[in-house]
Design a protein around this ligand. Structure first.
Ligand SMILES: Cc1cc2nc3c(=O)[nH]c(=O)nc-3n(C[C@H](O)[C@H](O)[C@H](O)COP(=O)(O)OP(=O)(O)OC[C@H]3O[C@@H](n4cnc5c(N)ncnc54)[C@H](O)[C@@H]3O)c2cc1C
Length: 456
């Protein structure tokens, strides 16, 4: 056994690779949206991503349905997410039910459930059809790259963030590591979109350790989805028996363990659910990879032998990234609670929203630190609140708002904390996004707090 517990690393000079107005760390759905939004508002932007692709969980994690975008019939997340949908739909890489099919009629459930476009927030089954978008992961990567290139963003792939550069509580830039060594990337404003709160944590922002199930998402090919759907709807009892055994072998999944994708005969499997893993520990993520693949093989083999439509199927592959839903969570200027999300509490400094809940600007801002803002699944929330407010569209909406906030601070020569939420709301609307400034009829509206008045 090695008895050495720590080693001392000598401090050293690090070359500066580049400087821009805004540095976005993390090229997932929130980071790409933040970068595009900041650039469109006049900032020079550098985007850093550790992998060779953009999209994070939405592409490398193969999470292939955009949901959490509607409050009844009202579409509540729009803006840059719509651009993704429209661009991908043009090439057949995004599929969603038209407005006339969004209801509980059997014919529409039969047509759309296996696209994942059903309302699982309803208390009772069968779930009605709603607006949600199934998409192809490589199309997501391509669309992300196109938007980054079109907006003249300085993209640096293969750049692992390792340390924040902080002076007197001002975040001035980041240190990255790649195969050519360590280098600094400087910026006037830094947006942490790493999903694991890497930058804010390194800079000293208060946070808590969150944890939720992890998943090695996988895809199967050569599936006769028409035959499988016929069996499900025409022989529900028999289907249920086979389905129950597959779910037992997978060991945890949501209502539908397989969903259709825009690629004919290819289905994605948003399972297994594996509790107890720490999504930032390399030991745990390695163990999850073994466990997830083991469960995948057992369930696949049984489906192939017993589920009509799956007899000729093959494993297309597991996602490049283990699906991590929750790790560190910022404890920022406001911490969104489980009740805030469940009761649809409206804040007057709301700058973006998910299905029916509202995200105040303060939940993107760390305490103590200046010139740093966060966007994405690590935003300031209680673990229970984050679990039901972490889908791709609301993460993108946060990114869009964070990009605007960064540009407003630069243009106004003020700190992020001095930017008014009203100004962010106005620009969100100008960009076609819903900032949540106008509460829906089912929102919980209380008196404005003093903090809201400061930011509002
Ligand atoms: C299995 C699973 C199923 C889900 N199902 C759905 C669903 O059906 N629909 C839905 O809408 N949402 C779903 N979600 C939630 C959703 O996918 C995520 O919450 C959302 O994609 C998070 O986006 P993000 O940009 O905040 O983070 P991420 O997508 O995690 O992006 C973070 C980015 O930062 C990069 N990064 C991290 N650390 C560093 C570093 N040190 N240096 C440089 N770059 C770094 C990562 O590589 C990544 O690109 C699911 C999530 C999981 C895991």
């Amino acid at each position: 056994m090695n008895s050495i517990k720590t080693v001392r690393q000598a401090s050293r000079e690090v070359p500066v690779a580049c400087k821009s107005d805004v540095v976005v760390v993390g090229g997932g759905s929130a980071g790409v949206t933040a970068a595009v939004s900041a650039a469109r508002n006049g900032a020079s932007v550098t985007l850093l991503e550790r992998y060779h692709h953009l999209g994070g969980m939405a592409s490398g994690g193969m999470v292939l349905v955009l949901d959490d975008m509607v409050n009844g019939k009202e579409i509540t997340v729009s803006g840059i997410v719509d651009e993704f949908v429209q661009r991908m739909a043009k090439t057949g890489d995004a599929v969603f039910p038209p407005p006339e099919d969004r209801n509980g009629e059997l014919a529409n459930r039969r047509k759309w459930s296996r696209w994942g476009a059903y309302d699982f927030h309803q208390p009772k089954k069968p779930f009605p059809i709603l607006y949600a978008v199934a998409f192809d992961p490589d199309a997501w990567k391509r669309t992300s790259l196109d938007l980054i290139q079109e907006n003249n963003i300085n993209l640096r792939l293969h750049s692992w963030f390792s340390e924040a550069i902080v002076e007197d509580n001002q975040v001035k830039g980041v240190i990255c590591q790649n195969n050519s060594g360590r280098h600094a990337v400087l910026g006037d404003i830094i947006i942490d979109a790493t999903g694991d709160l890497n930058v804010a944590t390194s800079a000293g922002a208060p946070f808590i350790d969150g944890k939720f199930i992890v998943t090695t998402v996988f895809r199967l090919m050569n599936v006769d989805t028409d035959e499988a759907e016929r069996f499900e709807f025409d022989n529900p009892e028999e289907y249920y028996k086979v389905d129950r055994e597959i779910r037992r072998l997978i060991g945890g999944c949501w209502d539908h363990w397989w969903l259709k994708t825009p690629l004919p005969g290819v289905v994605w499997c948003n399972c297994p659910h594996m509790p107890g893993y720490d999504g930032i520990s390399s030991e745990d993520l390695t163990a999850a990879e073994y466990e997830g693949r083991g469960r995948m093989m057992r369930a696949f083999q049984f489906a192939k032998e017993n589920l009509p439509g799956f007899q000729n199927s093959k494993i297309l592959g597991a996602a490049e990234q283990v699906g991590v839903r929750q790790t560190r969570l910022l404890q920022g200027e406001y911490v969104v609670t489980k009740e805030d999300v469940a009761e649809r509490r409206y804040f007057s400094d709301t700058v973006c929203r998910g299905r029916d809940y509202y995200t105040p600007y303060r939940a993107l801002l760390p305490k103590k630190l200046n010139q740093l803002i966060v966007a994405g699944r690590h935003y300031s929330a209680e673990p229970e609140a984050q679990r039901s407010s972490r889908e791709i569209p609301p993460c993108m909406a946060q990114g869009e708002a964070a990009g605007i906030a960064a540009a407003l601070a630069l243009n106004g020569n003020c700190s992020l904390k001095e930017v008014s939420a009203k100004a962010i709301q106005k620009q969100m609307r100008a960009q076609g996004a819903d900032p949540g400034d106008v509460p829906s009829a089912n929102a919980l509206i209380e008196h404005q707090s003093e903090e809201e008045m400061v930011y509002g």
